[in-house]
Ligand binder design. Structure first.
Ligand SMILES: Cc1cc2nc3c(=O)[nH]c(=O)nc-3n(C[C@H](O)[C@H](O)[C@H](O)COP(=O)(O)OP(=O)(O)OC[C@H]3O[C@@H](n4cnc5c(N)ncnc54)[C@H](O)[C@@H]3O)c2cc1C
Length: 287
């Protein structure tokens, strides 16, 4: 199928993009931001979306790039998946992202798709939203009235639903650098390499004398948004990592995740995969 007809306009600045959004949405035409086009263009081609106007922000280079400031990593919304994967600062300060990027689609898509576009799309099986929740990221939104910041855990509200208003634009994401000694791991199961995850998990943990002290397990593909399994993680903090605590944690996980069946997997299969990943990722963290 082909996209329905739409008008196209390239924004010259963030202020211009916000003006255009307000003008076209106010006129009831329905405008959408175009960044890397890797989710929006397929959605248009499949006629899942039919905005009258596309506002292209891809040339706003001030929104692309990574910088480290005051214990935080700032990632511009237009930073591509590939740029994150190639960044020495990301490898040094947020290696969880460096590990997760390899699971996102294929090189051509990673070269065009953007961090902000992925967060705005809010696919529950996407890697960046789960990583942002795991890392306590703050998402910066610009609107005509100014900017506001929303914690990633509050930003994702359900299936493709976020706290962003129709006339807002994500400009950057600010992520605190985890404490020294924090270990990380990212695992996912997909039908084929590059497909969206069936289920995945982003993990962070600190250890003291070999025992886990602070464990975070954030799942993707296991609900309608990224889900942090806090009770499951607490089992490891309370009881360490052993065959019996792994079993208890896997049982606890069933009370925290409620995955829906999709075209390829039943809910029971997804939960089973999440339990398998929990055991694997804890063994990886402790190794
Ligand atoms: C074959 C295929 C496989 C894929 N596999 C994966 C995968 O495994 N994992 C994964 O995470 N993703 C995957 N993707 C999606 C890809 O990561 C996209 O790049 C990403 O979801 C959207 O980013 P984009 O820059 O391309 O956004 P666009 O497609 O340009 O926009 C997507 C949506 O976000 C909005 N938007 C974009 N930027 C902003 C902004 N700054 N502020 C506000 N709204 C904005 C747009 O209006 C639109 O609604 C896949 C895509 C394809 C085609």
């Amino acid at each position: 199928m082909k996209a329905p007809p739409f008008a196209y306009v390239r924004a010259r600045s963030l202020a211009d993009a916000l003006d255009l959004l307000e003008r076209h949405n106010h006129d009831g035409e329905g405008a959408k931001i175009l960044a890397g086009g890797q989710s929006l263009m397929p959605a248009l081609n499949m006629r899942l979306s039919s905005p009258a106007v596309l506002i292209d922000i891809s040339r706003l280079q001030e929104q692309a790039g990574i910088c480290v400031k005051d214990g935080h990593v700032h990632i511009g919304a237009l930073t591509t998946h590939a740029a994150i994967g190639n960044s020495a600062a990301i490898r040094q300060h947020l290696p969880l992202l460096a590990d997760a990027v390899e699971h996102i689609a294929h090189p051509a898509i990673r070269n065009a798709g953007t961090f902000g576009g992925s967060l705005a799309t809010a696919d529950p099986a996407a890697e960046w939203p789960a990583c942002c929740v795991a890392l306590d990221a703050q998402i910066v939104l610009a609107g005509k009235a100014g900017t506001r910041t929303v914690a990633a855990r509050d930003f994702f509200q359900g299936l493709y639903a976020t706290a962003m208003q129709p006339n807002e634009i994500i400009t950057e994401v600010v992520i605190p650098i985890p404490a020294a000694g924090t270990r990380h791991a990212f695992l996912e199961l997909a039908r084929r390499r590059g497909d969206y995850a069936m289920v995945g998990v982003a993990a962070l943990a600190t250890f003291s004398g070999g025992a886990p002290r602070d464990v975070r397990l954030t799942f993707l593909g296991a609900g309608d948004k990224p889900l942090s399994a806090t009770k499951t993680a607490q089992v490891f903090v309370n009881k360490g990592i052993s065959e019996s605590s792994l079993k208890e944690a896997q049982d606890t996980l069933a009370t925290e995740l409620d995955p829906a069946a999709d075209l390829y997997s039943t809910a029971a299969t997804k939960l089973h995969l999440a339990r398998v990943l929990t055991a694997r990722i804890m063994k990886q963290l402790v190794a």
